[in-house]
Write a protein that binds this ligand. Structure first.
Ligand code: KE4
Length: 425
């Protein structure tokens, strides 16, 4: 029995599914999750001493690679001053000023502890600001696990949201409407039916929770236009894309300005940090300045701020990193395409900058329905092979691959060779 197997046996006795977040359990590909002891650069190391080239990067934060020296140093320094005070601190001001300087659509920002909390708070704020209750989300997009957003995928444009989890009362989802990603007409339909009741549209500007689905030309611009027409707010959930596609996120990359933006992952540099921000006139409604209540014991925690400030400062200082990541990704996915073409395996490859996904389908993947055509069994077999050969991929077809500055050409080549072994041997 491996150490990971032994740990997993213990884990399932005392933790639901043996993990603290479902996707880590390897449920959709089978097998035992690897218990990771440490990470450095592009590598993970598990309890049994196996080394992996990591394409998860903690689900996004590790854009510089794991254990970045400057980030670790900033955290170590902050720890010496104490871990948490529950009081105002200078690092929070520095972080807020940094975010406002980087994202033109943001005049004010509130720090929280996760992407879920950021989205939950932004939705409450949008409802408080517009005095409307309904929100639109897109089937296949994931915005964290707050009740109102756990809506059955594809619950149809005509019906109110149907809960997609036990324990979520229909009252929590009845004001959540589902639309179809890259299909503006499904959004128009909702607004024609009840536009005056819709507080906001929330969208992943690049959908990265049904694999990776880029917005079609005009989609984000269309959402902006529709929201302006009906007086609803446009919320960009940039928990994944924020500081990933560029220092000013997807809104900078695509040139569409939301009213509110949510962040997570990179903003915390690997520590538990989320944030939401936007126009001053909206943000000034957040307590204690205004009547939309939101609070958090560890919000703006000084150690977490040190990690986030260090990471964002490095990214701000090196805008060339994004060009390098884009170039690396172009080459990597281009060669991947050649391997898959040679293999005769039905495939689709979507990528936007360093975010990418290999689907096992011959259908172009541009929305939830087409993403679902992927052969998840074929994906599971591929993923198990790659993990067993030292390439650590997200254990689900409907997640993203994340490249980092630590993924050298040599490591990408090594990964492609393993893929060639699997598909073409
Ligand atoms: P967290 O609460 O997990 O920090 O963020 C929720 C969230 C919000 N918005 C988007 C676009 C997200 O992708 C996420 C979380 N992403 C998943 C990965 N697809 C986190 C991994 C996990 O759940 O363990």
């Amino acid at each position: 029995m491996t150490k990971s197997e032994a740990l997993f046996q213990r884990a399932v006795q005392v933790m639901p599914g043996g993990v603290n977040s479902p996707v880590r359990a390897f449920g959709s590909i089978g097998g035992t999750p690897k218990f990771i002891t440490r990470a450095e650069g592009a590598y993970l190391y598990d309890e049994d001493g196996n080394q992996y080239i990591d394409y998860i990067g903690s689900w996004g934060p590790m854009i510089l690679g794991h254990a970045n020296g400057e980030v670790l140093g900033a955290v170590a320094e902050a720890c010496k001053r104490g871990l948490s005070f529950g009081a105002a601190t200078a690092p929070e001001v520095e972080m807020a000023e940094l975010v406002c300087s980087l994202i033109p659509s943001i005049d004010m920002v509130r720090m929280v502890n996760s992407g879920t909390e950021a989205v939950m708070s932004a939705i409450r704020l949008a409802r408080g600001y517009t005095k409307r209750n309904k929100i639109i989300k897109f089937t296949g997009c994931y915005h964290g696990h707050s009740d109102g957003l756990l809506v059955k995928a594809g619950s149809g444009a005509m019906t109110s949201g149907i809960p997609d989890s036990l324990g979520v009362p229909v009252g929590c989802t009845q004001d959540t409407l589902s639309a179809e990603y890259n299909h503006l007409e499904s959004v128009e339909g909702h607004f024609q039916r009840c536009g005056e009741e819709i507080a906001a549209v929330i969208v992943e500007p690049v959908a990265a929770n049904m694999g990776v689905v880029p917005p079609k030309p005009g989609f984000l611009e269309g959402l902006r236009r529709i929201c302006d027409t009906y007086g609803a707010l446009l919320i960009f959930d940039e928990v994944i894309t924020g500081f990933r596609l560029g220092i000013d996120g997807a809104q900078g990359y695509y040139g569409v300005r939301p009213d509110l933006t949510t962040f997570g992952k990179i903003i915390g540099g690997g520590m538990p940090v989320g944030a939401y921000g936007g126009k001053r006139e909206i943000m000034e409604l957040v307590a204690p300045a205004g009547g939309v209540y939101q609070a958090g014991t560890l919000s703006g925690n000084p150690v977490a701020m040190a990690a986030g400030i260090a990471m964002l400062t490095i990214l701000k200082k090196h805008p060339e990193y994004y060009q390098e990541l884009d170039k690396k990704a172009e080459g990597f996915y281009g060669k991947m395409q050649e391997i898959l073409k040679k293999s005769g395996q039905p495939y689709q490859i979507n990528h936007v900058g360093s975010l990418g996904c290999l689907y096992f389908t011959s259908t172009e993947v541009a929305d939830y329905e087409s993403a679902k055509t992927s052969d998840t069994k074929a994906f599971a077999s591929y993923c198990r092979y790659m993990v067993s050969h030292g390439i650590y991929l997200a254990p689900s077809q409907f997640e993203a691959m994340f490249l980092s500055m630590a993924h050298t050409e040599e490591l990408l080549e090594q990964t492609l060779r393993q893929m060639e072994q699997y598909f073409c041997a």
